[in-house]
Design a protein around this ligand. Structure first.
Ligand SMILES: Cc1cc2nc3c(=O)[nH]c(=O)nc-3n(C[C@H](O)[C@H](O)[C@H](O)COP(=O)(O)OP(=O)(O)OC[C@H]3O[C@@H](n4cnc5c(N)ncnc54)[C@H](O)[C@@H]3O)c2cc1C
Length: 470
């Protein structure tokens, strides 16, 4: 029986579905949801409402033993597999048509060691849950800017956010993981155990196995930091963006300065600069003074805020279930011509669209490019237009706007892209995400997953066995 046949069987198109699901239910402690179950329509959904797939079954793993069982079950058929944690991948890679979704979202244990400043966190936690648990001890590590995102997908692809310039990428602060390989083996992986695999999973995404537990290094952070937003009107945005470029490119590591072209609730276009100072409030007041006294901002909401509040400040913009499209690329600087392109393009953006500049650099840029697969360390901004809408009929114009802006910004790009911001954009873009590290990743994919069992991801497609070594 081939994979496609089995996927059909699990999708209920062949008569023996019930017995196959019955076998799976006996093998795991967690819930198994299939088509026809009350929970199915909810269970097959991910964050992006554009994604409408119908897996054969979804297994909500209750623990690492369930992950091992699900991998072995899928492998022995064989069966198409998607691995889901927070469900935030923009292209919906964590859910499949037919086949089996291995869902980690109910595995949410976390242990924080405040003395060693480490955390062991199960893969089903989202960023908000992780931050709350670590902040209870006044600690944190780099995580992204939306509390609902899964720690798993974020960490495996790199991971940056407000703390990145000070403490490096999330994957730079990984001490070890527990991972279930394509053969169904459970491995403890660190700099000293299966070191090659440890290299691969720090940026190489879901290509190498299912990670069940992450161990992170933590740092004292907050609990209160100086952060918020400052708005400039669109007619003054050109000069404000030039000021922003100069300020962001000379910022200390403690200062993270994300920015966005955005629309107010009344539809007015604005430049929104969102600083966050990772250090004492008084020091932050001094460092942020030039930003706050520049020009004539229409709003200044910078104030001491709880770190966990800062981390979820943008959540309302990205609820689950709306339709989303984005296309990202890295920039080393915002030159005057690049600013003109951004402002010109955003002037005709459909309602609700955003143009985001996530500030990277700092400590991220001081880790050698080959230390982990994440290669885009020389960038200063991750630049991406985001379309957000609800109506199916709006898909084409919304996607077109984002792609056109991306195309127009191409001449200013480093050529690189963040693997975690890729949708289904093809092999060339995946190679662009890994640059000089791609051949090493490919060799490790050939070693750890030669049959491409884990293929629904930013896929490192293994070399066919017949041509290997030629
Ligand atoms: C609103 C929003 C804000 C974001 N902000 C940031 C940000 O600030 N910084 C940043 O770095 N990124 C950010 N991202 C991108 C984010 O890092 C990726 O979308 C990431 O894939 C999310 O992980 P997840 O677990 O939620 O995703 P999922 O969709 O569940 O998983 C994505 C992929 O990761 C792999 N995967 C997931 N879990 C596992 C596992 N346990 N073992 C092996 N493979 C696994 C699989 O290949 C899967 O296809 C953001 C995304 C969104 C939607």
């Amino acid at each position: 029986m081939n994979g496609a046949e089995f996927a059909k069987r699990l999708a209920g198109e062949l008569p023996s579905q019930a017995s196959e699901v019955g076998i799976l239910r006996q093998l795991v402690r967690g819930e198994v949801v299939v088509s026809g179950d009350f929970a199915y329509d909810q269970a097959r959904r991910v964050w992006n409402g554009m994604i409408d797939r119908r897996p054969g079954a979804i297994v909500y793993c209750a623990g690492t033993d369930d992950v091992v069982a699900a991998v072995k079950f899928a492998r022995s058929r064989p069966l198409l597999v998607a691995v889901r944690a927070g469900g935030h991948n923009i292209g919906g890679a964590s859910v499949c048509d037919g086949g089996l979704v291995i869902d980690l979202s109910r595995m949410k244990q976390i242990e924080v060691d405040p003395v060693k400043r480490t955390a062991r966190a199960q893969a089903g936690l989202n960023l908000g849950e992780f931050d709350l648990a670590t902040q209870a001890h006044g600690l944190a590590t780099t995580m992204g800017v939306n509390a609902d995102t899964g720690i798993a997908g974020l960490t495996l692809g790199g991971g940056f956010g407000k703390l990145g310039r000070k403490y490096g990428l999330t994957c730079d602060n990984l001490i070890s993981v527990e991972i279930v390989t394509a053969e169904g083996r459970l491995l403890h992986v660190s700099a000293t155990e299966h070191a090659d695999l440890f290299w691969a999973i720090r940026g190489g995404g879901g290509n190498f196995g299912v990670v069940t537990t992450f161990e992170y290094r933590l740092f004292p952070v907050g609990p209160t930091l100086l952060a918020g937003s400052i708005l400039h009107s669109y007619d003054r945005a050109r000069d404000a963006m030039r000021f922003y470029q100069a300020f962001a490119s000379s910022a200390p590591d403690e200062l993270s300065l994300d920015a966005a072209l955005a629309m107010t609730p009344s539809g007015e276009r604005v430049l929104n600069i969102s600083p966050c100072y990772i250090g004492p409030i008084e020091e932050g007041e001094r460092v942020l003074k030039p930003l706050r006294t520049y020009g004539a901002p229409i709003q200044d909401q910078i104030a001491p805020r709880a770190y966990v509040e800062i981390q979820s400040a943008g959540d309302a913009l990205f609820p689950r279930g709306r339709r989303y499209y984005w296309k990202a690329q890295f920039l080393r600087e915002l030159s005057d011509p690049a600013i003109d392109v951004l402002l010109g393009s955003y002037a005709s953006a459909p309602s609700g669209s955003l143009l985001v500049l996530q500030h990277v650099g700092g400590a991220i840029g001081r880790v050698p490019m080959t230390d982990t697969p994440y290669v885009n360390r020389d960038a200063l901004y991750d630049c991406f237009p985001i379309s957000i809408w609800d109506e199916l009929e709006e898909d084409a114009p919304r996607i077109r706007w984002a792609r056109e802006l991306w195309d127009a910004m191409r001449p200013f790009s480093t050529g690189g892209v963040y693997a975690n911001n890729l949708g289904e954009e093809g092999a060339e873009r995946i190679e662009a995400a890994y640059g000089e590290n791609y051949p090493r990743l490919l060799a490790l994919k050939n070693k750890y997953d030669p049959t491409n069992f884990f293929r629904l991801n930013q896929n490192i497609n293994p070399t066919p066995e017949t041509t290997r070594g030629r």
